[in-house]
Design a protein around this ligand. Structure first.
Ligand code: ZN
Length: 204
């Protein structure tokens, strides 16, 4: 039950912290390192601690056997977490495929089921025709149940950036193992006249 807080440089009792009101905690962040063994010993045998310790163990058992009064809520939260993980997994996989194939993601519209809304949204629509997770996701969006739909340009860019970082790290770690390598840089302005630099590394 003993926990240490790095930021406060103090020792706490886990179960008393959770189950007791602040003013009743006899071990609410002690820094008395000299007398720690006496303090801990006294705390461990105090009635308040024994009570919160029992509450802690009881909750633990109940959580493990799914018999807490909010068990139904817990299960809904768990299912919800799983749903969102499934949605993100599909969106990341989709962006990865589009990126690998050099296919542009966006069009002139950023709304589902509109013409010219780009390849990303069109493929999300396609997945929604067959995949139950995306189908449910689209249902929530079109019925205005949710407002964070994770289909916008910001999340697309964020996922692209995460994938890019991962690819770069993989390439760099292979490069470092190869020991001998060459580096070349090439610059060219893009369509909006901003200079873009390509970094090319070559190794065996
Ligand atoms: Zn305690």
């Amino acid at each position: 039950w003993l926990v240490y807080s790095i930021s406060k440089n103090a020792a706490f009792c886990f179960c008393c912290k959770i189950f007791l009101p602040e003013d009743l905690q006899s071990l609410g962040g002690t820094q008395d390192w000299k007398n720690l063994s006496i303090v801990l010993n006294k705390h461990e045998n105090s009635p308040a601690h024994l009570e919160s310790f029992q509450k802690w163990k009881e909750l633990e058992t109940r959580l493990n056997t799914n018999t807490t009064i909010d068990d139904k809520n817990q299960r809904i939260i768990k299912a919800e977490t799983q749903h969102w993980q499934n949605v993100l997994e599909r969106l990341i996989a989709l962006i990865r495929v589009l990126g690998t194939q050099n296919i542009a993601l966006r069009g002139t519209s950023d709304k589902l089921f509109e013409p010219n809304n780009g390849n990303f949204l069109k493929f999300v629509e396609l997945m929604g025709m067959f995949d139950s997770v995306i189908k449910e996701h689209i249902r929530r969006i079109t019925s205005h149940e949710i407002h964070n739909h994770y289909l916008g340009k910001n999340i697309q860019n964020e996922i692209i950036q995460l994938l890019a970082t991962h690819i770069k790290e993989t390439v760099l770690s292979a490069l470092k193992k190869a020991k001998y390598y060459s580096v070349s840089l090439d610059c060219t302005p893009d369509i909006s006249n901003i200079e873009q630099m390509t970094l090319i590394v070559r190794f065996v």
